[in-house]
Design a protein around this ligand. Structure first.
Ligand code: PLZ
Length: 443
């Protein structure tokens, strides 16, 4: 466990003078096209806090976008990385293979849902995992069409940008986009015409009908969906939607791909979010929480699909870098030995109690949703469901100034999402939720 005191402590304003000074260098040297959720320069991080260069200790409710689920510089991750760095840093798996890569694949084949024979491929980023999953599905089926959903985020490469729903900031001016991507309505209960109950009753049938009529079954290589939409605002499809899609895919020779890049690795209280409804994807794309902060991503799936691609058809220089693999093995051990799935569930109860209390008190809280340590508030103009982007911005700002780092989300920029490291002490989590409550109260 980290030696950094697990406290919220502000010794300067946010940003402090030292951060302000260094951010000038950032702005001078770094492309201004990059965003910045909080204007501080990080010095250290661990457990549930980030310490900046001014000595402020900020509660980390973002985990680097659901990456450091096991915490920053987690003990087993650090130990494994150190040992690996001392032996070798790179050989390229497709030049000279090594055991770390093989062991990570063995673990993923075991950890992912389903008892069928599975195989894996390691790459560097979530986008690359999605790209490869689509390549594999197209090659295996001999078909081209890819079905995606409204509000989805799948990455920033050309194909995954095309698969991503939201134009600004992800797609604006970056076209043309890859063809053969078909976007379907998302079962978004809060905003489905007629509301939650109607969504539950009709969304699946509506979408399946549209898929069949607009693309034709024989043309579809894959259906790709996030089990809980991340960047889109933690949209949880109604019960039955994911199993229905997966069953439909199986009946028509379509590869069902779960994008578990944000939901994976104990985040939602289960190793993978699809487990909630017993869905077994044909392929599963993973990244973020897989390696405690090191760049690594993976595709795991049915052996006959993963092996269908011709020899040397997949690859890359850095995919499954040995240091990232060592970090991943440390991450899997931490999740298992510290029972982080259970911890995410316990955090989930604390979070949903607090958020639901806010919903009862404040009319700007339109909906509270999510699962485990992946929950969010959607802000609306009181009295209806009109998105309230300024409420989100004000809440995030208030929390920042008070030493709590929160991330935004949502197609309408009106969602605050909580993604704390799963090792955050409960009292620190409660403190962050208190600040969040105060923030919403000021609106
Ligand atoms: N699929 C479900 O959430 C990454 C994006 C951060 P990469 N989400 C964070 C940003 O501003 O680009 C994500 C995701 C889902 C795919 C990806 C892409 O993963 O590792 O960022 O490529």
């Amino acid at each position: 466990m980290t030696s950094i005191p697990q406290i919220r402590s502000l010794v300067t304003a946010i940003p402090g003078p030292r951060s302000l000074e260094l951010l000038k260098r950032r702005n001078d040297a770094v492309s201004l096209s990059l965003g910045m959720a909080i204007p501080v320069i990080v010095e250290r991080a661990g457990g549930g806090v980030i310490v900046d260069v001014d000595g402020n200790s900020i509660i980390d409710m973002g985990a680097g976008i659901a990456v450091v689920n096991v915490g920053n510089s987690a003990e087993r991750v650090v130990a494994n990385i150190k040992a690996q760095v001392e032996s070798f840093t790179h050989s390229c798996f497709t030049v000279a293979p090594y055991m770390g890569y093989i062991e990570v694949c063995e673990e993923l084949n075991r950890l992912t849902p389903g008892t069928h024979k599975k195989k894996s491929l390691l790459v560097n980023s979530g986008a690359e995992a999605i790209e490869n999953a689509v390549k594999i599905a197209r090659n295996y089926t001999g078909r081209q069409a890819v079905v995606v959903f409204e509000h989805s985020f799948h990455g920033r490469t050309n194909l995954t940008m095309g698969m991503t729903a939201k134009n600004m900031p992800y797609k604006e001016g970056f076209g043309p986009f890859a063809p053969e991507i078909y976007r379907m309505p998302m079962a978004y209960p809060y905003r489905w015409p007629g509301g939650t109950k109607v969504c539950e009753e009709e969304a699946l049938e509506f979408v399946l009908h549209k898929i069949e009529k607009e693309i034709d079954l024989k043309n579809i290589a894959a259906i790709v969906i996030e089990p809980i939409l991340g960047e889109g605002g933690f949209i949880v499809p109604p019960k039955g939607f994911l199993p229905g899609l997966s069953k439909f895919a199986a009946e028509h020779g379509i590869v069902f791909i779960a994008d578990e890049v944000q939901t994976g690795f104990a985040r939602t209280g289960q190793m993978f979010a699809v487990e909630e409804e017993g869905v077994v994807p044909d392929l599963i794309a993973m990244a973020k929480g897989i390696a405690g902060g090191l760049p690594l991503a993976a595709v795991t799936g049915r052996a006959e699909i993963m092996d269908a691609v011709h020899g040397s058809g997949l690859g890359g220089t850095y995919g499954g870098n040995p240091i990232s693999c060592a970090a991943a093995l440390g991450t899997f051990a931490t999740i298992a030995e510290d029972d982080l799935c259970k911890r995410a569930q316990e955090m989930g109860v604390i979070i949903s109690d607090a958020l639901n209390a806010m919903k009862a008190k404040y009319q700007v809280v339109g909906e509270v949703r999510g699962r485990g340590a992946m929950q969010a508030i959607e802000f609306v103009i009181p009295g209806g469901i009109e998105p309230n982007a300024s409420a989100m911005a004000e809440v995030i700002k208030f929390c920042q100034v008070n030493g709590v780092l929160l991330l935004s989300a949502g197609t309408y920029n009106n969602v605050v999402r909580l993604l704390p490291p799963l090792v955050m002490p409960f009292d620190l989590l409660r403190e962050a939720l208190d600040i969040l409550d105060q923030a919403v109260a000021t609106l």
